[in-house]
Design a protein around this ligand. Structure first.
Ligand SMILES: NC(=O)c1ccc[n+]([C@@H]2O[C@H](COP(=O)([O-])OP(=O)(O)OC[C@H]3O[C@@H](n4cnc5c(N)ncnc54)[C@H](O)[C@@H]3O)[C@@H](O)[C@H]2O)c1
Length: 313
């Protein structure tokens, strides 16, 4: 395959790049390093990098025309400044339209879109079924959801995977790197009482392998374990891996107004239609993540949420 990966310098992208180069495929990445970085990328003969924005149609068209990808994984996304609506719109909506149109022009055999579970907004109940209404209420969620709708009206052979929190190498968002960094530095932590669903990187990569098959179904699928864990559980799992026993109970506070109390996605349709089920248990996934941080450290941590209250400082 000749796989074009947008956002390939990010967490999921870098793991995809490594996986498909390891398998001997050709890979081209388009990334502007907004939240990813060149350190996550290899220097190998079958790898090409275009530094630029998917919002720039000329950059996208030139990369597609030169590389002629057979498969596209669209992972680039903007989220790091929740008040920068214009950048979210440019990258997530215009950028997606650019990538979809370019993929149509080269007749790509398969198009994979990575969607956020924030598309569901505040769900009526959990686990969230894939046909639950979309009600995004943040700039990131709104723009990613508009983009998914453009993918869906294209005549590409497309799949959109609505992802749980993927846990694995290069993770630089969410509670796991935050707790790791603060616990290692002897700093205080607090937890929200939110509940999330954590998917191991190896399970994510296995699902992408299926999603790239030319005869795999077209449509929208939840990508998750279907199992919810509290942020307090995450804290205790990280502390246990580091063999740290906190001297006092960690404060638990309600989520911020732009956060969602519980996000647990129902993967049953994905299990049936794609023949895929997440295998790695939560505790094993956290343990793998902590050993990766011990070996590689934690980079700058990004968030799609407004800055948290200063209780942790
Ligand atoms: N990691 C998860 O658990 C998760 C969950 C839900 C959805 N997603 C989706 O998966 C995709 C990858 O997420 P991630 O966690 O790897 O995030 P990430 O921030 O690590 O990666 C995103 C990459 O996109 C790049 N990028 C941003 N704006 C760009 C632009 N205009 N042009 C080109 N590149 C640009 C960034 O520099 C970064 O390398 C995103 O589309 C995200 O919405 C991820």
């Amino acid at each position: 395959m000749r796989i074009l990966i947008t956002g390939g310098a990010g967490c999921l992208g870098a793991n995809l790049v490594a996986e498909y180069l390891r398998q001997g495929h050709e890979v081209l990445v388009i990334d502007n390093f907004a939240t990813g970085g060149p350190e996550a990328l290899p220097a190998l003969p079958k790898f090409q990098l275009v530094i630029g924005s998917v919002a720039n149609r000329d950059v996208v068209d030139a990369a597609f025309a030169r590389f002629l990808p057979t498969h596209v994984i669209h992972a680039a996304a903007s989220y790091k400044d929740p008040s920068d609506w214009r950048e979210d719109e440019a990258t997530n909506v215009t950028g997606t339209i650019n990538v979809v149109e370019a993929a149509r022009r080269v007749a790509a055999k398969r198009f994979v879109y990575l969607q956020t579970a924030l598309c569901y907004g505040r769900p009526d109940c959990i686990p969230i079924q894939v046909d639950h209404a979309t009600r995004p209420f943040t700039s990131y969620g709104i723009s990613k959801t508009a983009a998914e709708a453009y993918v869906a009206i294209s005549d590409l052979s497309w799949i959109s995977l609505r992802l749980a929190n993927v846990t694995g190498p290069h993770l630089a968002i969410g509670p796991i790197p935050t707790f790791y960094k603060r616990l290692k530095a002897g700093q205080k932590c607090f937890c929200t009482d939110a509940i999330r669903d954590f998917l191991d990187m190896s399970d994510f990569l296995e699902l992408i392998k299926i999603a790239l098959h030319e005869d795999a179904p077209v449509g929208i699928f939840n990508a998750s374990t279907g199992e919810g864990h509290t942020i307090l559980e995450v804290f205790h799992a990280v502390a246990a891996c580091l063999r740290i026993s906190p001297s006092e109970p960690v404060p638990v506070v309600p989520p911020n107004s732009d956060d969602i109390a519980a996000v647990v996605l129902d993967p049953s349709l994905t299990n049936r239609a794609l023949g895929w089920t997440a295998k790695v248990p939560f505790s094993e996934s956290i343990a793998r993540m902590i050993s990766w941080y011990e070996a590689h450290g934690v980079s700058a941590i990004h968030s799609h949420l407004q800055p948290a209250p200063t209780k942790m400082s």
